[in-house]
Design a protein around this ligand. Structure first.
Ligand SMILES: [Zn+2]
Ligand SMILES: [Zn+2]
Length: 236
């Protein structure tokens, strides 16, 4: 039934490739196969903290060799693993902007599906899968949490309960330096319910300095979480 319905929808509103505008088949998401291959996938990064490596080690070494950077050995972050999908570059950056600011729910959902094609993380390993929460104020302004919609697309099911909430509103991060960012986020998150001994996958659409994810993971760890992993659509 769903299949027939989606065929009808496709017929009435044909899906086209964001880049070359050719029409998409049912197994293509936002991009045709040719344009998908050209997307800015993140290939080489520290699997612990998400720091980008300038050399593509994946060409030289086996998968997962050299996966930790020097920083993580000295001063590990409050999360154990990072999964990155794309670089925050065109055409991904434009799509994220649209999903965020033009109330394009469908696009946010499709970006989640696209991410799954780039990097597959099994939800079964985790007790909780959480989007980084928006503050109540921002959610009111925007009307929805785009990360939650993206996770829906990624996992194929809706995550109804927000375990993690923003305890207070914070200034937009983009105006601030890294030091100010961390300062700005202090006490911004609170854990509702118990995360003791739980394994948690935290999702965010864009990771820039990592301050938001860092702070969120710290709160979860303080509340007793066993492991926190990050899944990120685009790395700036
Ligand atoms: Zn195309
Ligand atoms: Zn690292």
């Amino acid at each position: 039934m769903v299949k027939i319905l989606s065929k009808i929808v496709n017929f009435l509103f044909p899906q086209i490739c964001f880049t070359c505008k050719s029409s998409l088949s049912s197994d293509e998401i936002l991009f045709c196969k040719t344009c998908f291959k050209k997307l800015p996938f993140v290939k080489s990064y520290c699997k612990r903290c998400g720091r980008l490596f300038s050399i593509d080690f994946s060409e030289v070494f086996e998968e997962d060799t050299l996966s930790y950077c020097g920083n993580c050995l000295k001063d590990p972050p409050p999360f154990e693993r990072v999964f990155l999908g794309f670089h925050y570059r065109e055409p991904i950056s434009s799509l994220i902007q649209r999903a965020k600011f033009s109330e394009n729910f469908e696009l946010a959902y499709q970006l989640g599906r696209l991410l799954r094609k780039a990097i597959e993380v099994s939800f079964e390993f985790y007790d909780y899968i959480l989007p980084v929460p928006l503050s109540k104020k921002r959610k009111r302004e925007r009307g929805y949490n785009q990360s939650q919609l993206m996770l829906w697309g990624y996992g194929g099911f809706y995550l109804p309960k927000e375990l993690l909430i923003r305890a207070r509103h914070t200034r937009p991060q983009s105006e601030l330096s890294l030091k100010e960012r961390l300062e700005n986020l202090k006490g911004a998150f609170a854990v509702r319910g118990s995360v003791k001994e739980k394994k948690i996958l935290l999702f965010d659409d864009v990771m820039t300095s990592g301050a938001t994810l860092y702070e969120t993971a710290k709160v979860l760890k303080k509340a007793g979480a066993k492991e926190v992993h990050l899944l990120v659509l685009a790395r700036a």
